[in-house]
Design a protein around this ligand. Structure first.
Ligand code: SAM
Ligand code: SF4
Ligand code: SF4
Length: 344
């Protein structure tokens, strides 16, 4: 295990595969106003589903305290997520608290439903950028995917509101599921080319257990790129930084770029520098982790800053996850946490 020091002489942590801790995704709620079929299918997340109670969620003060401990260990970027982060009341207050932490890039992933209303206050609170999920421009397809009849137009309004207040460039995430929305690949590419927004296609993943994932439902990144390239010629571009998960391509006529996240067909575990904190304070070292480490128990049990920092560091030092590299017909049956719990 390597030990390096950052500019302030504080040790950074590396896991058993020499991967540093760089990114932290914080889920602020397990609730959502959508029921995307690939994430929170209605049959499971219905009326009787037991969501977390309020006192089980980390408070904003607890989240800030943990965030401040992650930064000296190497974290440079925090992404707020969920469930749907914008359904957590007063989220702007948390954004304001986290935006005060020096040296941190603060972003958020949202389904966009409440973004038109909240873009300005989020920006004023100190948010830097947003990623908005949108799986199709066709209302019938999109509504069948979000499963709550939410119209495309309102998400587009959210995207424009975000761009107009300067939460830019806006990234747009499109999960591609075979037989469901691969017909939306080209319309989405055409719509967002020349806008300055960055469209990112995501391979459908076997997260959690409720979405009934099958390899046959995955449209590979290679197939997505060749579909776009056939109509709007593309060329590859260099990653922005080591560990960037999206492969980058730009239109040869320089009218913009797209990303492809090939988590299934071209795993990138070797460069994975992400930790995930669930809404109830469990720390996960992989999207496909079987169990999380209970930081809330430590927080509420009176642990000191030094004890908390050491607990986080030792969890990271013990990390050996590389699920996507070892994915097989057997691994899809392993117990895993649901995406809506840890936020993708
Ligand atoms: N509710 C927010 C949203 O949808 O943007 C944030 C949480 S959501 C879990 C984060 C991202 O995970 C979204 O872009 C979503 O499309 C993606 N996602 C969810 N389930 C997925 C799956 N089975 N495969 C690939 N991506 C998935
Ligand atoms: Fe909600 Fe996002 Fe999951 Fe869709 S992908 S159900 S919007 S958490
Ligand atoms: Fe990272 Fe786990 Fe995904 Fe591999 S499978 S890239 S270790 S989150």
């Amino acid at each position: 295990m390597l030990e390096w020091h950052n500019a302030m002489g504080i040790p950074m942590v590396f896991d058993t595969l020499s991967r540093p801790l760089r990114d932290l995704r914080i889920s602020v709620t397990d609730r959502c106003n959508f029921r995307c079929v690939y994430c929170m299918p209605k049959e499971v997340f219905g009326r009787d589903y037991q969501f977390l109670e309020r006192d089980q969620l980390l408070t904003f003060e607890e989240i800030e305290r943990l965030a401040r401990l992650f930064v000296p260990l190497g974290v440079k970027k925090i992404r707020l997520t969920g469930g749907e982060p914008l359904v957590r009341r007063d989220l702007e207050r948390l954004v304001e608290m986290l935006a005060r932490i020096p040296g941190l890039d603060l972003t958020l992933t949202t389904n966009g439903a409440l973004l038109a209303k909240k873009a300005r206050t989020l920006k004023d609170a100190g948010l830097k950028r947003v990623t908005v999920s949108l799986d199709s421009l066709d209302d019938d397809v999109f509504m069948a995917m979000n499963d709550v009849d939410f119209p495309v137009e309102r998400v587009l309004e959210g995207i424009e509101a975000a761009a107009s207040v300067g939460l830019a460039p806006v990234k747009i995430n499109m999960v591609v599921k075979r037989g469901v929305n691969e017909g939306s690949i080209l319309p989405m590419a055409r719509r967002f080319r020349r806008t300055g927004h960055i469209l990112r296609f995501i391979e459908y993943m076997d997260v959690g257990h409720t979405n009934g994932w099958r390899m046959d439902d995955v449209v590979s990144a290679r197939e997505i790129v060749s579909t776009v390239d056939a109509q709007m010629p593309l060329e590859p571009i260099e990653p922005n930084y080591r560990g960037e998960v999206a492969g980058r391509w730009r239109y040869r006529d320089r009218s913009g770029e797209i990303g492809v996240i090939a988590s299934v067909t071209q795993p990138f575990c070797g460069n994975c520098t992400r930790a995930r904190l669930s809404a109830e304070g469990l720390l996960y070292t992989c999207l496909f982790a079987v169990r999380g480490h209970d930081l809330r128990r430590l927080l509420r049990g009176g642990a000191s800053e030094a004890e908390l920092a050491e607990a986080i560091a030792s969890i990271w030092r013990g990390r050996d996850d590389r699920y996507s590299e070892i994915r097989s017909s057997e691994t899809i049956w392993l117990p895993k946490v649901e995406m809506s719990r840890i936020g993708g």
